[in-house]
Design a protein around this ligand. Structure first.
Ligand code: ZN
Length: 294
């Protein structure tokens, strides 16, 4: 299995106890062995100001992954505001440099800007030109949170997908996964709705319409979206099997198997043949391997 979303680093805020909660590369590899995960994508967070609480720069992540080149796959984090905070900033040089140093993608993009902000569109177009997939976190508001921002029903994400058709965008976060169901509301879209789904939401429509969109199934947002109504989750995985990525978002050394809802969920998918073998293989490693060139 390939885990498309993990973090290494240390927490930089709050209590001394919380500051010990980070995760180091050897600890992540131990967890991967225990959980049956062959390779993990590691995403830096602190090259955007919104990621101040979890310190790991792109340079740190490249160094961590160098210690386990067969197991850990480095992504680099760039921020759409870098350079001159301008919609014409040229990211090609810095992307080429990171690519030469071994990065396989960009993210986690957590800048608290609108999806269709000219800064974001310019940045994403450069990532696409560099042929690097991008992992993004989707949020529901400007301020008080992190992640690219959309309105209900994701109109801004759609504009970005149209403006950057050559860029692979792997989305997760509450504002994305709450839209798995048509009964999303202004009240539920920023959180982790657990009520039964009503019918296919905008995520289904956008995945169908835009082959450059992928769903990153990590964290509470991705896991709970699948579990709200089990049969609906299995149907979703089967239908969009070419554009979904198994992922956990593990980031603390204290996280155990029981804290990662995706692990038991995927074990059940396999043991009880909830989805076809082909779909299972694509979602747990085939799609990721294709995007990473591994
Ligand atoms: Zn993350």
């Amino acid at each position: 299995m390939i885990d498309f979303h993990t973090h290494l680093g240390r927490f930089g805020r709050s209590t001394p106890e919380e500051r010990t909660y980070g995760l180091e590369a050897p600890e992540l590899v131990c967890k991967m062995d225990e959980w049956g995960i062959d390779k993990s994508v590691v995403l830096p967070l602190s090259d955007s100001p919104e990621g101040w609480y979890y310190r790991a720069s792109s340079d740190d992540v490249l160094a961590y992954c160098n210690r386990f080149p067969d197991r850990l796959i480095p992504f680099v984090q760039l921020d759409p505001r870098w350079g001159d905070n301008s919609p014409t900033t040229d990211f090609s040089g810095v992307l080429a440099e990171f690519k030469a140093r071994g990065c396989k993608g960009v993210g986690e993009v957590i800048a608290n800007l609108h999806f269709d902000d000219p800064l974001v569109i310019n940045f994403m177009q450069h990532c696409g030109a560099a042929r690097l997939p991008v992992v993004i976190h989707a949020a529901h508001q400007i301020g008080g949170t992190y992640g690219l921002v959309d309105d209900i029903y994701l109109p801004r994400l759609e504009k970005l997908l149209q403006a950057a058709p050559d860029t692979i965008i792997c989305a997760h976060g509450p504002a994305f996964w709450s839209e798995i169901s048509s009964n999303v509301t202004e009240e539920t879209r920023g959180g982790y709705p657990a009520d039964p789904v009503e019918g296919p939401g905008r995520v289904w429509e956008l995945l169908e319409k835009y082959p450059n969109l992928y769903g990153d199934l990590s964290a509470g947002s991705g896991g709970r979206a699948l579990m709200r109504t089990p049969e609906f989750g299995w149907e979703f995985l089967e239908k969009h099997q070419d554009q979904l990525l198994f992922a956990t978002d593990v980031m603390r050394r204290t996280m155990e198997r029981k804290d990662i809802v995706q692990l038991d969920y995927f074990a059940d998918l396999k043991e009880n043949s909830r989805i076809g073998e082909t779909a299972y293989a694509k979602i747990t490693h085939g799609n990721a391997a294709r995007l990473l060139g591994h």
